[in-house]
Write a protein that binds this ligand. Structure first.
Ligand code: MG
Length: 267
């Protein structure tokens, strides 16, 4: 009987040290068992994972330049290879001195490719010739999956409703701060977007879309949840319906807002 008790105790203590699967302490494979080892008897290697190695990519020359795994959507020379108008035809937006400029009345432009979760870099500039006020001054927008707008607006000395100014998730979330540059100066958005998922109930999200936005390098949207597609009039929740990947869309709001250096990384 004593032998049995001793043997059981030995097995139990061994499982504590090495974990249930007995994999602990095997080079870099430690820490994978379901049972925690006794921390007082662990070695550093038991919690070090080596494989798979993290993918290696090349960074841009500056943090604004596309890294090697990015898809360049606009580099200053060509718009038609990656973008169309809303109907799939060549856009009437103009390229001038490397800038892609919205032409009033020509409608949105959208990427030919469709995306889900992504990291998106967009640089934009509102006109130095300041005209209009509130939502009428330097208005455009960056839509994720064709449905969710990150507002582009001249918000330098230009009050409007707080969740409609530059960097807002239009009519849902105001930016944390207003870090707008002057009209005529280039600004940047770095957007991290998590696409929603859908379950059997198609009128609500299983997991909602989430967005983080840096405006000119400053965090202005911190992983916020979207309630539904962007609406000018109406309650976003009422417009939820299942969707897959979608285009990145740039809005024509009647103002000659310019864009440059647009790139995206699929996540
Ligand atoms: Mg807009």
């Amino acid at each position: 009987m004593k032998k049995l008790i001793f043997f059981s105790a030995l097995v139990f203590s061994t499982s504590l040290i090495f974990g249930q699967g007995g994999q602990g302490g095997q080079g870099g494979q430690g820490g994978q068992s379901t049972r925690p080892a006794d921390p007082n008897r662990m070695t550093p290697g038991m919690t070090e994972k080596w494989d798979p190695e993290v993918p290696i990519i090349q960074p841009g020359v500056t943090n604004s330049d596309p890294p090697s795994d990015a898809i360049v959507l606009f580099n200053g020379t060509d718009v038609n290879s990656e973008w169309t108008d809303a109907r799939g035809n060549p856009t009437k937006w103009l390229i001038k001195d490397g800038e892609l400029v919205c032409v009033k009345g020509s409608g949105v432009i959208k990427t030919k490719r469709k995306f889900g979760s992504c990291q998106l870099h967009v640089e934009w500039k509102t006109p130095s010739d300041v005209q209009g006020e509130s939502q009428g001054r330097g208005n455009s927008g960056v839509y994720l999956q064709e449905l969710y707008e990150v507002q582009v607006l001249d918000s330098y000395n230009n009050r409007t409703y707080r969740h409609g100014q530059a960097g807002s998730l239009y009519k849902q979330h105001a930016p944390l701060v207003n870090v707008s540059r002057k009209p005529g100066e280039w600004q940047a958005y770095d957007i991290i977007y998590t696409a929603p998922t859908f379950g059997k109930d198609t009128t609500v999200y299983l997991t909602p879309p989430r967005i983080t936005v840096l405006h000119n390098g400053v965090l202005i949207q911190n992983n916020v949840i979207l309630r539904g597609p962007t609406q000018y009039i109406g309650i976003p929740e009422y417009f939820v319906k299942p969707h897959g990947p979608g285009s990145v869309v740039l809005q024509d709001h009647g103002n000659p807002v310019a864009y440059r250096n647009i790139w995206i990384r699929e996540l």
